[in-house]
Design a protein around this ligand. Structure first.
Ligand SMILES: Cc1ncc(COP(=O)(O)O)c(C=O)c1O
Length: 373
């Protein structure tokens, strides 16, 4: 008799499912039933606006540094990310011991949750929060507690406080939030943190912080809570999604414990070199952030005119609404544009489109106008 491997696996496996990412271009074209030759011909004209990547590419200095680093790829990387930590520590006015670098902020989130929450513990997050919080909590054997947003889009901090119990170990809050795009003020977060016991770990996930730096106080120095861990990434504004680098900032004693769970060489050498150089290309990064924000405003107005804008966004994506959202996804794919369905986040009638370049956004809007019934 065939072995039931799910039964052999740890019990929480039954509640887990693989993360569904934004659809890669070649996968979408394969699903349309195209031949290999047709796929090759269509790849460059197909537009992926489904994973909130930087549409302008990576900072030029990062590309050069990565290519230079490739010659050393036969060696293990620096497992402690010494240089990257030194530079990030200077940038944030902290010590290198207050940093933990990961294979994307995704790994950092998983490490933190696995370190502090296990069987019998609870991890709280918003119902429409980043899905990885739920997956990582379940994988760790902990119980996830999902709290509905106040207006469908904004974290309800009072409702989160209401479900805090003796079993609560971790609270996860993304600001700006993905996928809803909402933003909490630093003052609102501090009022919330003041009401929370100091031993509870709060993951403040700032994957999209570069898009609000001009309107949000720096949380690394502006917020006060013993268990606060601020997470950042090089995947969005810094344009290094494919290289996988993210980091956490917290008290050194907290990160020393998390570091016990980290695998030896979790951040590869090309990624370390590129991240270091990207920090040195700050002007390029901020110029692209400005362009993205201008394009976001343009997309929001156009979606408003089409009467389908779902909510204002503070990040590099916009939500739009349609009662036949899943049909729209397929129709847009036929037109060569991939967007992100939010049904897995409990929003079956909402789609998320990442802000692309001007020409990508034009193509998306043209395709949308064409396929809207
Ligand atoms: C809120 C949020 N946190 C974390 C991540 C993970 O990013 P990465 O692992 O690429 O750093 C994402 C990616 O979409 C995100 O939206």
């Amino acid at each position: 008799m065939a072995v039931d491997w799910l039964k052999q696996a740890v019990s929480q496996s039954e509640k887990l499912y693989p993360y569904i990412p934004g659809k890669p271009i070649t996968q979408m074209l394969r699903e349309l039933g195209l031949s290999e030759a047709e796929i090759a011909a269509k790849v460059s004209s197909t537009i992926k606006l489904a994973s909130n990547e930087n549409p302008y590419g990576m900072p030029p200095k990062a590309l050069t540094a990565m290519v230079d680093a490739a010659g050393e790829a036969h060696r293990y990387p620096d497992g402690d990310c010494f240089e990257l930590k030194q530079t990030l520590a200077k940038k944030h006015g902290i010590t290198p011991e207050q940093l933990l670098i990961g294979n994307g902020s995704n790994e950092v989130l998983e490490l933190i949750i696995r370190t502090f929450a296990g069987v019998g513990d609870e991890v709280i997050y918003s119902q429409r929060g980043f899905i990885v919080y739920a997956l990582a909590s379940t994988a760790a054997g902990a119980t996830g507690v999902a709290v509905p947003e106040s207006d469908g889009f904004t974290h309800d901090l009072n409702a989160i406080l209401d479900v805090v119990s003796d079993n609560t170990k971790v609270v996860c809050i993304a600001n700006p939030n993905n996928p809803t795009g909402s933003l909490l003020k630093t003052s609102e977060l501090q009022i919330f943190l003041d009401k929370l016991p100091s031993h509870i770990i709060v993951i403040l996930d700032e994957a999209y912080v570069e898009y609000v730096e001009d309107i949000l106080e720096d949380s690394i120095h502006g917020l006060n809570h013993d268990g606060l861990i601020v997470c950042r990434t090089f995947s969005k504004a810094y344009g290094l999604a494919g290289l996988r680098v993210g980091y956490a900032v917290a008290k050194k004693d907290i990160l020393a414990v998390v570091n016990r769970f980290r695998e030896p060489f979790n951040v590869n050498g090309l990624a370390q070199a590129a991240a270091l150089a990207a920090l040195d290309d700050h002007d390029w990064v901020m110029e692209k952030v400005q362009q993205t924000k201008a394009e976001r405003t343009r997309l929001e107005s156009a979606l408003s005119e089409l009467r389908c804008l779902a909510a204002p966004s503070f990040a590099n994506f916009v939500l739009f609404q349609h009662e036949q959202a899943s049909v729209l996804v397929q129709a847009l794919e036929q037109e060569g544009v991939i967007v992100r369905p939010l049904a897995p986040y409990g929003m079956p009638d909402i789609l998320r489109v990442s802000v692309g370049t001007t020409s990508e956004n034009d193509a998306f809007l043209a395709a949308l106008s064409k396929v809207l019934p």
